[in-house]
Design a binder for this molecule. Structure first.
Ligand code: AMP
Ligand code: MG
Length: 407
């Protein structure tokens, strides 16, 4: 087992251990937010047939070379109807947006370029160019074209596209099932009144919410006291899941039993402790081949560790290709505490400055027990390990917190 490793090493050790989950098929209506497990090749041209881009008249160019021209209107064709396969010279059809354009038609003259004539005729006032207002078959997608790659996130426009491509049953990666186990003798339910020495379990509900935010299924939110037998039982229950997340009890305190109990059950630990703040005493290992995360109990630390280490694993399991969020340059508006030797994930508020660059400041005191530092943040400020201090004006990298921009 590695000890006290860098943030980059921690992430790569974790990501080496996870692969996308098996494929399942869900209805298009249920596919939102999932990721495609198979590439999608279009069977058809899209649009499937040439069609009118405007309400107007489908004409042959020869009949409208001299304008104004008076043409006989021999049919009305709406979307969903079929046009006549041929018409006599000097005739045209009235056609609506989306209706099939017949092979003989060379342009669609918009209604705005015409006036009604006598006895079922129309006067064409302006000559169209060849192909004008005709949307050709395959203009958007060609039959045989590979439109979606594996890992494509099914965002609302992708739902529309899959419907167009006739994909009613969507192959997606299965959602990871995550067990969240909050540990600590001091923890009580959110619904209970405070009693001396107790605090409400916040890390448990917070971690479960983060897991759901990422599309995972939380199988069992469990809360257990610092008691060996209770923890042993919780581990067995948690093994129903694909990923096991423990909060609290991973440090070196007298009652920190999580690592011991997991050891006893045969967990193969891959690392303990990361050179970071917050969240230094984090552990990661495998139990029955499943990733096990031992996160610190402080709610800010556990939230941060989940965001930086559990979330990328859950993304990969769901088929996401790029599992790390992009980072953006920003300028520190005010000094913020930093010391060398630890990567600081300082919670911040970023905003565009007058010169177009992002400005960022911290959310105030950054203690790992201080909820406000996380709740008020819209981004994380990365202050790398080697950096000794973080004065105003320093160029830093930020990453937006996932809930900042959504939905
Ligand atoms: P631990 O990691 O168990 O040593 O806990 C570190 C700190 O986080 C202690 O102050 C705990 O009371 C607190 N803590 C642990 N678990 C939770 C939880 N689920 N919700 C809120 N605070 C917690
Ligand atoms: Mg504890």
């Amino acid at each position: 087992m590695r000890e006290f490793i860098s943030v980059e090493e921690a992430r790569s050790i974790i990501l080496e251990q996870v692969t996308p989950l098996p494929v399942e098929r869900v209805s298009l209506a249920e596919a939102l937010g999932r990721r495609l497990a198979e590439a999608v090749v279009s069977r058809d041209d899209i649009p499937p047939f040439p069609n009118a881009a405007m309400d107007g008249y489908a004409v042959r160019l020869a009949d409208v070379q001299q304008v104004p021209a008076t043409l006989r209107v021999v049919a009305d064709v709406g979307a969903g109807q079929l046009p006549p396969a041929s018409i006599p010279p000097g005739a045209c059809i009235r056609i609506m947006t989306g209706a099939p354009v017949p092979a003989w038609a060379e342009a669609v003259v918009p209604v705005e370029w015409t006036e009604a004539g006598a006895n079922g005729t129309v006067r064409i006032l302006q000559a169209p160019a060849a192909g004008e207002n005709i949307r050709p078959a395959g203009q958007d997608v060609r039959a045989g074209e590979r439109f979606f790659e594996v890992g494509q996130r099914i965002i609302p426009p992708a739902v529309a596209m899959l419907a167009t491509l006739g994909v009613a049953e969507v192959p997606v990666f299965r959602r990871p099932r995550v067990a969240i186990v909050a540990t600590g003798d001091e923890l009580i339910d959110a619904g209970q009144p405070l009693t001396p020495g107790h605090i409400r379990d916040s890390a448990g509900p917070g971690l479960a919410a983060q897991a759901r935010w990422l599309g995972a299924e939380v199988v069992r939110p469990l809360r257990v006291p610092d008691d060996r037998a209770a923890l042993e039982q919780a581990v067995e229950q948690a093994l129903e899941a694909d990923v096991l997340v423990f909060s609290g009890g991973v440090s070196v305190g007298l009652y920190d039993l999580v690592r011991q109990v997991l050891d006893g059950r045969g967990t193969q630990w891959l690392f303990w402790k990361i050179r970071q703040r917050p969240g230094k005493p984090m552990a990661f290992g495998l139990l029955e081949g499943k990733p096990v995360f031992g996160l610190p109990g402080n709610p800010v630390s556990s939230a941060l560790c989940f965001d930086q280490y559990v979330a990328p694993a859950l993304r990969r399991m769901q088929g996401q290709q790029e599992v790390l969020r992009p980072r953006f340059p920003a300028v520190l508006e005010a000094p913020t505490p930093k010391k060398a030797g630890l990567h600081f994930y300082t919670r911040g508020v970023a905003r565009p400055g007058s010169d177009g660059r992002l400005l960022v400041r911290d959310t105030g005191p950054q203690g790992s027990n201080l909820y406000h530092s996380m709740v008020r943040a819209n981004c994380l400020i990365h202050l790398p390990e080697a950096l000794e201090e973080a004065p105003a004006g320093l160029e830093v990298e930020i990453e937006w917190l996932p809930w900042t921009l959504e939905p």
